[in-house]
Design a protein around this ligand. Structure first.
Ligand SMILES: Nc1ncnc2c1ncn2[C@@H]1O[C@H](COP(=O)(O)OP(=O)(O)OP(=O)(O)O)[C@@H](O)[C@H]1O
Ligand SMILES: [Mg+2]
Length: 396
């Protein structure tokens, strides 16, 4: 008959010194040893993923994948796909150092910048982290400092140092860390510049000490070299058109006259100087050698976003209605009106969501009543777009 085991057979700690002691027939293991074993097993798995076995994707394949979810923005998709492919090439032969070319995506709100980043992340099998620049602060201030991006990437890479050092970081809302200048409408204070400076170091390549658990800096244990981490930055740069317009109008009168007389200034002709005027520091802009503009979406594209792309808005609401056994549909004319109204708000596809909420709210509120009153379909007509009304009978 075996005696009652009261300490870990692996580390020898007594059960009173650990959180849990799992006792088997003739052995016992404490929670700390279980955690350690788990880490060791994971480490083994990661190490066995050979970086050089990564197949380099065809940029066309990446673009075609993006096409399923993102409407239009062909140029941005191509630039992004090529940059990602090149990044894979760099990863698969680390000895052959090709300079990375970080990407800057500039374009109006609601045109798909964040969506592109998220979709590409789904496609990739290199570690990827998406972070919002607005949450970053200079080291020493309250908030996340820029090194937290690297910690996030490290965690997304299952704590594999090698893979982290060749990952991709998407920095969203980069325009929000612009330095405050007279010509911009940005409200962030001067510290935006400090964040840019700190980011610059990461982008350029530096060694960062991180604490893998995301805890205290003083307990940082892992050193990561950021030289080969690819950075993709995106921002709406509200008010940038004004800077571009001023530049065009202010320069070469004859040469620029044609452009200056154009009423619509697209983001296409944004120059690095414009971004500097906006409040980005020149060195920062300089490190993003591929810049790409996203375009405002037209009516047809908005309708595709409503009804055609994967996970389109209409399908999403149809699913919600379906939970109550109600079928939802829109006629073509209603979709036209929704797109027209959204175009006027100048919020890109973001406005579609607001429009649909407005139109469908009374129905969603009464879905349980629809069920009771056996109303099985909601067909949205122009009348219901212009004056959203419930189909439920009153006094129920
Ligand atoms: N080109 C597009 N194709 C499909 N859906 C889109 C497209 N652009 C925007 N959307 C949809 O609109 C919403 C907002 O898009 P997203 O977050 O990508 O905008 P953004 O360009 O990042 O805007 P912001 O500058 O305001 O952050 C998302 O729900 C997204 O699905
Ligand atoms: Mg965004």
């Amino acid at each position: 008959m075996s005696e009652k085991i009261d300490s870990c057979s692996f580390c020898g700690k007594h059960k009173s010194n650990v959180d849990r002691l799992i006792v088997g027939h003739e052995v016992a293991i404490c929670n700390e040893c279980v955690e350690l074993c788990d880490k060791l097993l994971k480490q083994r798995k990661i190490n066995s993923k050979n970086i050089s076995s990564i197949t380099i994707p065809d940029p066309k394949e990446i673009k075609e994948y993006l096409d399923q979810y993102v409407v239009g923005q062909t140029e941005a998709k191509v630039v992004l796909s090529v940059a990602i492919t090149n990044h894979y090439k760099r990863i698969s032969s680390p000895e052959n150092e090709v300079a990375k070319s970080n990407i800057l995506m500039v374009g109006p709100t609601g045109t798909g910048k964040t969506l592109l980043a998220k979709t590409v992340a789904e496609y990739l099998n290199v570690p990827f982290a998406v972070a919002d620049a607005t949450t970053l602060t200079e080291a020493g201030y309250v908030g996340d400092d820029v090194d937290s991006l690297i910690t996030l990437l490290y965690q997304n890479a299952d704590c594999d140092l090698e893979r982290t050092q060749r990952g991709i970081i998407f920095l969203d809302e980069i325009d929000k860390i612009a330095r405050k200048s007279e010509s911009s409408t940005v409200s962030r204070d001067v510290s935006g510049e400090g964040v840019q400076q700190a980011l610059l170091k990461l982008v350029e390549g530096t060694k960062v000490k991180i604490n893998p658990t995301g805890g205290r800096k003083s307990e940082a244990t892992v050193e990561i070299d950021t030289t080969n981490i690819l950075f993709i930055a995106g921002g709406a740069f509200v008010g940038l058109e004004k800077i571009v317009k001023n530049r065009i109008q202010g320069t070469a009168m004859g040469f620029g006259a044609k452009l200056a007389s154009d009423t619509v200034v697209d983001y296409e002709i944004v120059s690095p100087d414009d971004l500097v005027k906006y409040g980005m520091i020149p060195e920062f802009v300089g490190r993003f050698s591929s810049s790409v503009s996203l375009h405002g979406l037209n009516k047809e594209q908005l309708i595709s976003i409503l009804t055609k792309v994967k996970h389109n808005f209409v399908e999403q609401y149809q699913w919600l209605f379906y939970q109550d056994g109600v079928e939802l549909s829109f006629d073509q004319e209603s979709l036209d009106i929704v797109a027209d109204r959204t175009l006027k708000t100048k919020t890109g596809a973001r406005g579609l969501h607001a429009e649909l909420e407005r139109i469908l709210l009374p129905h969603m509120y009464d879905l349980p009543r629809y069920r009771k009153q056996s109303i099985g379909t909601v067909s949205i007509t122009p009348k219901l777009v212009n004056t959203p009304t419930t189909l439920a009978q009153e006094n129920e």
